[in-house]
Design a protein around this ligand. Structure first.
Ligand code: GLA
Length: 389
């Protein structure tokens, strides 16, 4: 469904449930990271694009101090009382994301009125495509409309990241919220997570496409792994005597190898090599050098699998299948995308062969794992937008 179709569906449902039309509608996209994984919290480079999958939030004013939020299906509902100080709900509660953003607006000194809200999302939940950032950024965009206070894009992304840290308890980097705010149609965003400078790299060559494969697995056992990786990177930086691994090189990391445990050494090696690959991949996209970009994607995956250890058999299975199809079959490269331990891969493919490649991947993946994957292609999409308000 297009953004307009999603929005009219949401308006109709809103009217049915709340008995009046929404006054405001905002949308924010999910993302796929082309390359630059786990580099954001090391002040490195990332290279994500927004996808044509969105979270929409519709709202209308209400009397009183309550915010009522629900999804279109009515499976998730929450009431937040603004007359009480906001505090996080138990870990795992979905409304921690919007609540964290409400708290962020309050922290700006803005007084929020009560309102009724409804959300609709086509970003797969827990699929590594930043469904949480899309929800935060959609909420922030809605609150900009409700309060009349337009935030600077960086301030907005950081407010949403803080919501995720403080309310969802996930110590994420800045990539997901930045791309959901700043994505641009037909562009990939090269973000320097140290200076926060951004460059929009055009991706308008229609001879290639980005194909996302959702493995449809999420290894929940690994909840603490992300924070552990962050801590290991911080330890490596401490040993090297630098503020972050952005300041390291392959030589300095190798030189410090005797002072590091094997695990910490390999974590640092991934970060340093991934930052380099990301910069090269952005140059490759600029030059439409697809074979080079593809090779960098495969190398990224190998490093995430072996050195950073955030892949899983299902992600590896998709990458192996892609490698088997190979350049001859129209696949330039493939890698896991997002935090890891399940979720999605992203492949760079010949656009005239998307259909055949999708079928090959789906069949081989199901044969290998017994799980049906979900595949879709997406052009780089625009960031958060106002649909009504
Ligand atoms: C998650 C986090 C991001 C980033 C990626 C890994 O998506 O939210 O900040 O660290 O993992 O690249």
């Amino acid at each position: 469904m297009t953004l307009n179709e999603l929005s009219s569906h949401l308006s109709q449902e809103f009217q049915k449930v709340y008995g009046r039309p929404p006054a405001w509608i905002a949308a924010a996209p999910g993302r796929v990271n082309v390359i630059g994984e786990h580099t954001d919290y090391n002040e490195g480079f990332v290279f994500p694009m927004a996808i044509e999958r969105y979270t929409l939030m519709a709202a209308a004013p209400a009397t009183g101090t309550q915010v009522r939020i629900r999804d279109v299906q009515g499976t998730h509902t929450a009431t937040i009382d603004l007359s009480q100080p906001l505090k996080p709900a138990p870990k795992g509660s979905w409304h921690n994301y919007p609540m964290g953003v409400l708290a962020g607006f309050q922290a700006l000194g803005l007084s929020l009125p009560g309102f009724d809200a409804m959300l609709h999302s086509t970003v797969p939940i827990g699929g590594g495509l930043s469904s949480s950032a899309a929800l935060e950024v959609a909420t922030a965009t809605l609150l900009e409309l409700i309060t009349g206070r337009k935030l600077d894009p960086v301030e907005k992304a950081l407010l949403c990241q803080k919501a995720e840290h403080d309310y969802a308890g996930m110590p994420c980097g800045i990539m997901d919220q930045f791309i959901s705010v700043m994505g641009r149609k037909d562009h990939i965003l090269l973000l320097d997570c140290r200076s926060r400078e951004t460059q929009l790299v055009p991706m308008s060559d229609s001879s290639v496409a980005l194909l996302v494969t959702n493995t449809n697995v999420k290894h929940e056992l690994t909840g603490g792994e992300y924070a552990q990786r962050r801590a290991q990177c911080e330890e490596a930086a401490r040993i090297l005597g630098i503020p972050s691994l952005r300041h390291a090189t392959a030589e300095t990391v190798n030189g410090a190898m005797p002072k590091m445990s094997d695990v910490v050494y390999r974590r640092a090696r991934h970060i340093v090599s991934e930052i380099e690959r990301t910069v090269h991949a952005a140059e490759g996209v600029r030059a439409s050098n697809w074979p080079t970009v593809g090779q960098l994607m495969y190398a990224s995956h190998a490093s995430l699998k072996d050195d950073y250890e955030v892949s899983c058999p299902e992600l590896d299975a998709v990458v192996d299948i892609a490698l088997n199809i190979g350049l001859k079959g129209g696949v330039y490269g493939c890698r896991m995308t997002g935090g890891g331990f399940g979720g999605c891969t992203v492949a760079l493919v010949d656009s005239s062969r998307v259909q055949a490649i999708s079928e090959q991947i789906a069949t081989a993946y199901e044969k290998k794992t017994g799980i049906k994957p979900t595949l879709f292609e997406s052009r780089p999409a625009a960031g958060a937008s106002v649909i009504k308000g």
